[in-house]
Design a protein around this ligand. Sequence first.
Ligand code: FAD
Length: 412
Amino acid sequence: TENQHYDVVIIGAGPSGAVAATLLVKHGWRVLVLEQQTFPRFSIGESLLPQCMVYLEQAGLLDSLHENAAPLGFQFKNGAAFQRSGEHASINFTEKFSQGPGTTYQVKRADFDKCLADAAQQQGAEIRYQHTVIAYNNLVDGAQLLVKNQQQNEYQVTARFILDASGFGRVLPRLLDLEQPSDFPVRSAFFSHFKDGIVDESFDRNKILINVHPIHKDIWYWLIPFSDGTASIGVVAQPSRFAKNAEPLVCLNDFLEQDPFLAQLLSRREAIGDARSISGYSANVKSLVGNNFALLGNAGEFLDPVFSSGVTIALKSASLIAPLVDRHLRGENVDFVTDYSKPLQAGVDCFRTYVSAWYDGRFQDVIFYTEQNHQVKEMISAILAGYAWDTDNPFVKQSERRLATLVSLCQS
Ligand code: FAD
């Protein structure tokens, strides 16, 4: 086959790949995106955080998101609600410490991801669907990829720089032996879309609901409403909590019935299609960058779904990498560790503090504490809204220490 050469090849057309492609074609580079599936395709990860609107705006994608929101059933979102054995708490993202948007959407990812990918294509990125990257070869001045197309034919493509945005496919971590186990224990999620049938007028559709299991505090449910009367509902627990070989929908319904608040709220629910499950999704890597490549979004590290930080981290990674790749391609000397890995990691580590403290129960006690100081609540709200890179926020800058002090106050 002919030698195909690009400035940048991106593996995967999910949010991180599509936004990185859009930003790089704006700089004038020839960009090819190789995507294993056809779009629209299902993906989990439906509740966005306001921080990610900043990155969508940078890529010029915000107007099209607002225009498409109503027809596609995307739900306006302004916060997070929590329920634990009758205790209720609610965080309003518009009341937050950090500057920036305080609202966003909950999206059906099949449509959301297609919007972003179509926009990248309109801006001039080439996307090849049903093309799977199967091998990687390092070159002095770039890299060569082996690709299999929909006819199962293999061909090669070279690029001066490769961005791995393959999500849970984790293409380069696997091919280059960069994988590292996550610090978090293996957890599984069972989930489905439902006609939610919610009639309770006190239920706020503008917020994701995070619901703690009545007995096991490390088990939690999400209820992500969309604007068309449907919702994404899921439960997360260690695999041993789920019956072996049980149907995912049976498992999920069984868990929903264990929580009196959810069982009542969702008593009229009707599942749409089959439920799905995913297990062992938390992952880490030895390095986010290497010779002429970088890992974006989930292809790098994935923490945990509890605070809906996945797409925000994915878009942050795209927003950080694009100007650096631009400079690198123009021949400048770029330090990807200092300017990409470290700043990206700082926000991920902030989220990690709060995710760990969620599972050991300490952060749950902070969330459900009713006497919270208003300023402190705004600082926590900013982090839950995704502003985990704002080091003016003391709960970002010194997350472990500030959280520990707050926990002792809330538990006393
Ligand atoms: P993806 O969106 O996964 O895109 C990767 C693309 O690469 C895919 O389209 C795939 O087909 C393609 N690909 C893979 N391998 C290859 C290959 N070899 N060749 C070519 N293409 C390839 N995040 C949130 O923000 N909010 C949430 O509410 C949320 N909930 C979650 C719940 C659960 C249970 C889990 C597990 C995750 C959740 N997430 C959530 C995380 C979210 O799903 C991801 O962080 C997000 O999708 C990452 O985007 P990405 O662009 O990195 O990868």
